[in-house]
Design a protein around this ligand. Structure first.
Ligand code: HEC
Ligand SMILES: [Cu+2]
Length: 343
């Protein structure tokens, strides 16, 4: 068998294979629009395949007809002048009708999807208010009141029960942000002064990665979050534990850290449920120890990274609204020990 010329160059083959493998790595990404673990993401994915199908059909047919015309009607010796034609009613009718049908096949389901997800949320939907901040996310569970009578709040991690529709109302405390969890739903802008809505149903339990999808300043790329979709009972347990939250018994370093927390004014900006720390400038720190990351997932949640954050926040996230508080090493390690108790 003859080997095609391209395959006779091993280096090219190696490049081709590496490029293909590189493309494949994109498939495993946690922020993948091909996941479809939410009803909205799944429906949009269906539309996507329909569109790709229609585009492939058009592309392949046009190229095939073109190739046919090239070879069928190419100049042949002694064939003389080609025949001139003036219009062909059947052909013209066909190339009006076929594209119209294709446009309708694509447009009708798209239209229906837009209207389906634009409807008012069902009455059993969980109501959560999402507030975008430079550069972190606040989630307020309007259906559940904490011990102080205000809605429960979580920072940078949204907890949802699986299979129940969730009605998000979004706004921003400063500039325009965009809430996006590719595996669950489409994007929704969070604007200052205007409320937008996003309703979807998470279909599978798991941890889903989200990301601000609208440029919102220096640390926009570090404005990430996670959605934890839990079995219904586990979600209820989370709500109950949050409603009854109090500081665990503190001793040693952790006890000292709680003193530093109050003395250094952390409580002016941060809330810890069940304590006198009621600040609302920064994320609610209740349960920070069980979070996947710190500073809107800019860093993993390890003692070393937490210490790095506390030592100089703007060095981790340019422009951070948490200032460098010039904490001493002792203060930092006491704070890290204290924060580790907030499960
Ligand atoms: C002037 C207000 C302010 C003060 C004071 C402040 N913080 Fe913050 N803090 C913030 C803001 C705003 C963020 C969010 C920054 C970001 O992610 O961009 C933050 C983030 C954090 C985070 C990460 C939270 C998360 O959800 O990932 C921790 C932990 C934290 N602060 C601890 C502290 C401690 C401990 C102190 C006291 C030594 C303190 N902060 C003092 C405003 C403040
Ligand atoms: Cu943003």
């Amino acid at each position: 068998m003859r080997i095609p010329p391209l395959l006779r160059r091993p280096r090219w083959v190696a490049w081709g294979i590496s490029l293909f493998l590189l493309l494949l790595t994109a498939c495993a990404s946690p922020q993948n629009t091909f996941g479809g673990q939410g009803d909205q993401a799944r429906t949009i994915l269906g539309l996507y395949w329909l569109l790709i199908g229609a585009a492939l059909f058009v592309g392949v047919s046009v190229i095939a007809l073109l190739l046919y015309a090239f070879f069928r009607f190419r100049e042949r010796p002694g064939a003389g002048e080609p025949k001139e034609v003036h219009g062909n009613t059947a052909l013209e009718f066909a190339w009006f009708l076929i594209p119209t049908i294709i446009v309708l096949i694509v447009a009708i389901p798209s239209w229906r999807t837009v209207f389906r997800f634009g409807q008012a949320p069902p009455p059993n939907a969980l109501q959560v208010q999402v507030v975008g901040h430079q550069w972190w996310w606040e989630f307020r569970y309007l259906d559940y009141k904490g011990a102080d009578g205000n809605p429960l709040v979580s920072g940078n991690e949204l907890y949802l029960p699986v299979g129940r529709p969730v009605a998000l109302t979004l706004r921003s405390a400063d500039v325009i942000h965009s809430f996006w969890v590719p595996r669950l739903a489409g994007k929704a802008d969070a604007n200052p002064g205007v409320t937008t809505r996003l309703t979807f149903t998470p279909l599978e339990t798991g941890t889903y990665y989200g990301q601000c999808a609208e440029f919102c300043g220096l640390s926009h790329a570090l404005m990430r979050f996670r959605v934890k979709v839990l079995p219904a009972e586990e979600f209820e347990r989370w709500v109950q534990s949050r409603q009854a939250y109090t500081l665990p018994p503190l001793a040693g370093e952790a006890e000292k850290g709680w003193q530093v927390f109050q003395a250094r004014g952390c409580n002016a900006c941060h809330t810890i449920d069940g304590t006198n720390a009621r600040g609302i400038i920064g994320p609610n720190l209740t349960g920070i120890a069980s979070r996947d990351g710190v500073a809107a997932m800019a860093l993993p949640n390890t003692p070393e990274d937490l210490a790095r954050w506390l030592r100089n926040p703007p060095a981790v996230k340019a422009g951070s609204k948490m200032p460098n508080l010039n904490l001493t090493d002792e203060e930092i390690s006491a704070l890290v020990a204290f924060l580790a108790t907030l499960k």
